[in-house]
Write a protein that binds this ligand. Structure first.
Ligand code: TYD
Length: 137
């Protein structure tokens, strides 16, 4: 299975009508986990690279609810870039996938849904440690 099959692009339901769009995301339905944490990133300019980590436990769905950004994901073997530029699309990032978020537009609001509460100890922030943890190094 390739990285694109593992880190699936998700399309969310639009329940909008003539009054405007309404996107609904339900845990364990439109995203493959119970949502325990939500955070969002904005005011990051195009020169900033965020993320640069993998998680031992947490799974994530990333959605640009406004503006756009890119996420580079790798499993240590393959690498792919997903452009996040639509409020009705997201990308699922399972545990132990390395991710970098970058190329934020000025109006970017990157919403992140997470399967776990925050625990700094489950973050791997060193790429060589990540490769070792995966048995690649
Ligand atoms: P960091 O993980 O570096 O952000 P990103 O992955 O988006 O670049 O987090 C920045 C700081 O915020 C860091 O000190 C940890 C803290 N933080 C929390 O306390 N809770 C959270 O849910 C998140 C995402 C970060």
């Amino acid at each position: 299975m390739g990285l694109k099959d593992i880190c699936k692009t998700l399309q969310f339901s639009d329940l909008g009508d003539e009054r405007g769009k309404l996107i609904v995301i339900e845990g364990e339905d439109s995203v493959p986990f119970e949502i325990k944490r939500v955070f969002y990133i904005y005011d990051s300019d195009p020169t900033v690279v965020r993320g640069k980590h993998a998680n031992k436990k947490s799974e994530f769905v990333l959605i640009n609810v406004a503006g756009q950004s890119k996420v580079r994901i790798t499993d240590g073997y393959e690498e792919t870039v997903v452009e996040l530029n639509k409020p009705m699309m997201g990308v699922f990032i399972p545990r132990m996938i390395w991710k970098d978020m970058y190329d934020f537009s000025d109006d970017s609001v990157l919403l992140v849904l997470a399967s776990e509460h925050y625990d700094g100890d489950e973050y791997i922030r060193d790429y060589n440690c990540y490769l070792k943890e995966r048995g690649i190094l």
